[in-house]
Design a protein around this ligand. Structure first.
Ligand code: SF4
Ligand code: SF4
Length: 411
């Protein structure tokens, strides 16, 4: 439930020159709606990107326009109510995966996705974050993961691996840290990505370590909930763990973790490379440290939003797939900058799983229409969500595909 702010002043949000210029540039053409996967499945104008932004627009106009200032001086300004906040909470947290497709579509070049993060910050600051995200915050603060599982179980998946070495991949010093992330550490389907990745790294002779219980949630889910301040202790702890290991590279199988590290950790770790698994695999394949055997299947590749459109990694996953003999890549028309969204990003699965399912089914339908035998992606959350929507259509992370091709895991 949103906090009642009827009798208070407007939120003290910073609207700087850049935000003002972005908001002024919007001509209300509505083109961004055509790019939004939630608008496509829900169809209500309130979930269009431009309406999700309206809270910020309203605050801006009330604070900075002449009419708004005069109204404020006369005590006539229309104040935000609890009902307003509850409505925008619904539009922004239950029907937005922060996929950033709207930014790509906007003819005025407005960074809609970035502004939508500001809307989330305002809602959280005003006490209007969804209840499940407050529970997630409590879980992260107590157990360092979004699920609330005991923190000491974070690397529990390793103990179930037949192939694990006696040190369970925990080394005090290493050139590379594999940062596993919450979803891959705890969600059973995606633990198989981690199992495949450590076996590939081991087979390629990579000097790496896990952080085990020393790894905490990267903070991405808190930032997506408008709670970046609450993520600061995690950021400091994770960065310190990498420094203590003496690592010069951190590698991620989760694009959201990688994005968070690029945007919030990089200043703490100068000179440390932050790579997605596909980037490291491409290097290892090029160096001849991973030998690939034929995989005689056709795959279509789903670009994860946080890896591709927002994270800038388009080609390494494709080059890795194309390095596998006999594998045929069948591209979907909506790819790369215009890639589809699985629906499961931006914390929306914790708030409105039914909306995620609807988006995922729409996306799987488009991917299946390529005629590919299998789906490849490069994100544990995309894999979970799309596999569940796929009705038995085989779906694999590219790490799993490479591990099968290299013979380190079975088909
Ligand atoms: S496409 Fe751009 S200019 Fe048009 S309504 Fe959306 S944000 Fe505004
Ligand atoms: S970020 Fe994605 S889900 Fe959110 S409004 Fe934009 S297009 Fe829609």
């Amino acid at each position: 439930m949103a906090t009642d702010i009827k009798n208070t002043t407007l939120p003290k949000i910073p609207i700087g020159g850049w935000v003002a210029a972005q908001l002024e540039a919007c001509v209300r053409c509505g083109i961004c709606a055509g790019a939004c996967p939630f608008y496509a499945v829900l169809g209500t104008p309130q979930v269009s990107p431009v309406w999700k932004l309206e809270l910020l627009q309203r605050l801006y106009r009330q604070r900075h326009s002449l009419v708004g200032r005069i109204a404020a001086a006369l005590g006539l300004e229309k104040r935000l109510t609890a009902a307003d906040l509850a409505a925008w909470q619904e539009y922004n947290f239950a029907a937005c995966s922060t996929c950033n497709r709207c930014s790509m579509a906007c003819p005025m070049g407005i960074a809609v996705g970035q502004l939508l993060h500001q809307v989330r910050d305002i809602l959280a600051e005003q006490g209007a974050a969804p209840e499940n995200l407050l529970k997630m915050k409590a879980s992260v603060q107590a157990e360092k993961n979004v699920f609330g599982y005991p923190a000491y179980e974070r690397a529990g998946w390793v103990e179930y691996m037949d192939a694990a070495p006696p040190d369970l991949y925990m080394r005090s010093q290493a050139e590379i840290v594999y940062f596993v992330g919450c979803v891959t550490s705890f969600a059973p389907r995606t633990q198989r990505i981690a199992e495949a990745f450590v076996q590939l790294l081991e087979a390629a002779g990579v000097n790496f370590t896990l952080l085990g219980e020393g790894e905490a949630c990267c903070g991405f889910p808190l930032r997506s909930a408008g709670m970046l301040a609450e993520a600061q202790a995690l950021i400091q702890a994770n960065a310190a763990a990498v420094q203590a290991a003496g690592a010069r590279t951190v590698v991620f199988t989760c694009p959201a973790c990688r994005l968070m590290w690029l945007e919030e950790y990089a200043r703490l770790l100068p000179g440390v490379r932050l790579l997605h698994a596909s980037e490291l695999l491409e290097e290892l394949i090029a160096e001849g440290r991973i030998q690939l055997q034929p995989v005689a299947h056709s795959f279509t590749y789903h670009d994860p939003c946080d890896l591709a459109r927002t994270g800038g990694v388009y080609d390494p996953p494709r080059r890795v797939l194309q390095a596998i003999p006999e594998l045929r890549l069948v591209e979907v028309s909506e790819r790369r900058e215009n890639g589809l969204c699985c629906g499961g990003g931006g914390d929306v699965e914790m708030v409105a799983p039914h909306n995620v399912r609807a988006v995922a089914q729409q996306t799987v339908g488009k991917l299946k229409a390529t005629g590919a035998e299998r789906l490849a992606t490069a994100c544990p959350q995309c894999l979970r969500v799309l596999e569940q929507a796929g009705g038995g259509w085989p779906a694999l992370d590219i790490v799993e595909i490479v591990a099968r091709s290299a013979g380190v895991v079975d088909e």
